[in-house]
Ligand binder design. Structure first.
Ligand code: HEC
Length: 154
């Protein structure tokens, strides 16, 4: 009986260790996750900027889709910076402040979500006079967070 208990304890102990490893391993992809999410955002944003600046013909359906993609990405922002993923080894420009000032970071996330939702609504009108200002607000929301939470070591 005692042996049995020891064996069970050992198995439980092992699975706790394995659980811890799996978590650390999963966490190590957080950098990839947020960079991919930002890349998708950046690509769509650049294309929208080209349409807003008339460097590319305005295509309402395409613009709506891009605005909606950026909004979806905004809803994932927080997931790319999970608690405990600060100090991960890897190629990242995320500042420690993301984790040491979570309220301020979250404020910028929410501003991004709101601005991208407003842009999505403006895109539905197909009217550049309402799209333009909302695009600018969304762009400002990127810049605000990058200024505070992304290091400029480029
Ligand atoms: C709430 C904060 C926040 C908002 C809002 C935000 N970003 Fe970022 N962004 C970051 C951080 C932090 C990084 C650095 C991530 C890293 O290196 O791990 C980053 C990185 C990036 C990158 C580089 C990705 C790479 O592969 O290194 C691009 C492109 C980018 N953002 C575009 C945008 C655009 C466009 C917007 C707005 C539409 C935006 N971001 C909004 C925080 C934000």
């Amino acid at each position: 009986m005692r042996l049995m208990k020891t064996a069970i304890a050992a198995i439980l102990g092992l699975s706790v260790v394995a659980g811890g490893l799996a978590q650390a391993d999963a966490m190590s992809d957080a950098i990839k996750y947020r960079k991919s999410m930002m890349e998708v955002t950046g690509y769509n944003f650049k294309m929208m900027a080209a349409m807003v600046k008339k460097e590319m013909p305005f295509d309402k359906a395409q613009f709506e889709k891009m605005a909606s993609t950026v909004h979806s990405m905004s809803m994932l922002t927080q997931d790319g910076f999970p608690k405990g993923s600060d100090g991960l080894a890897g190629d990242t420009k995320a500042k420690d402040e993301v984790w040491s000032k979570p309220e301020a970071f979250n404020k910028d996330v929410v501003a991004f979500q709101k601005a991208s939702a407003d842009l999505m609504a403006a895109a539905k009108t197909g009217d550049m006079t309402s799209i333009g200002p909302k695009f600018k607000e969304a762009a400002d929301s990127c810049k605000k967070c990058h200024d505070g939470f992304r290091s400029k070591s480029e």
